[in-house]
Design a protein around this ligand. Structure first.
Ligand SMILES: N[C@@H](CCC(=O)N[C@@H](CS)C(=O)NCC(=O)O)C(=O)O
Length: 218
């Protein structure tokens, strides 16, 4: 049985979305980020990223992690690539070339997009680390223009990130691009990215994850 560690309001959302796409049964252990609690170390605090029991699972102290019949993995995008390949089907790479492309796009998203898109989220919506700073958000939007141009030109040629079908690469990139949604000006300048993200987020598996996420306390 697959166990996913992490609340919906965390990067575990990526893995939960993928599991729903695959129709995979899983157990969720709702580990919360330590910084969202007033005192993560207090006796009786909910299981969090600094709880000794969770640090035994992931000594990095971050969610998500999975335990798949004894195989423990961290890093949300690696987890998705692993689960897609393990369970096969159309979400997974069909061959080595697609495998390379799916890894490339996942690493591209985490390196070229996430450091900036997370700053759009933190500084336009809510910053767990301190006050919001409009200048940081605006600088992040500026930094996202180049990767958005790359993604836009890719999606002008085809409807999906890799191949001609929805795959794990779409999930991995969409979940990172999602953080930039509080900057509509980026999407207005990239209509193919906007349409692709809307199509990803219209999928029943995404909506199932999102509905559960909305029910969690903010
Ligand atoms: N690169 C990691 C990042 C994981 C990460 O930063 N997770 C956040 C929650 S979304 C976390 O656990 N934060 C808790 C902490 O930093 O203590 C991944 O994609 O899994």
């Amino acid at each position: 049985m697959l166990t996913i560690y992490g609340v919906h309001r965390s990067r575990a959302s990526r893995n939960i979305w993928l599991a729903h796409e695959l129709g995979l049964p899983f157990k969720q252990v709702p580990v919360i980020q330590h910084y969202r609690l007033p005192n993560a170390k207090a006796a009786g605090a909910p299981l969090n990223t600094r709880s000794p029991d969770f640090l035994k699972v992931n000594p990095n102290g971050r969610v998500p992690s999975i335990d798949d019949d004894g195989l423990v993995l961290h890093e949300s995008l690696a987890i998705n690539l692993y689960l897609a390949k393990k369970h096969g089907g159309t979400l997974a790479p069909a061959n080595l070339a697609e495998d390379g492309e799916m890894c490339m796009w996942s690493l591209w998203a985490v390196n070229e997009v996430e450091p900036h898109s997370i700053n759009v989220l933190y500084h336009r919506v809510g910053n767990p680390w301190g006050p919001k700073d409009a200048k940081v958000a605006d600088a992040a939007v500026e930094s996202l223009k180049a990767p958005f141009t790359v993604l836009e030109s890719t999606l002008a040629k085809r409807r999906h990130i890799v191949g001609d079908r929805f795959t794990v690469a779409d999930i991995n990139v969409a979940e990172i691009v999602r953080y930039a949604q509080p900057a509509p000006e980026l999407f207005d300048g990239a209509p193919n990215v906007k349409a692709w993200l809307a199509a990803c987020q219209a999928r029943p598996a995404f909506k199932k994850m999102w509905d559960a996420r909305e029910k969690e306390p903010a």
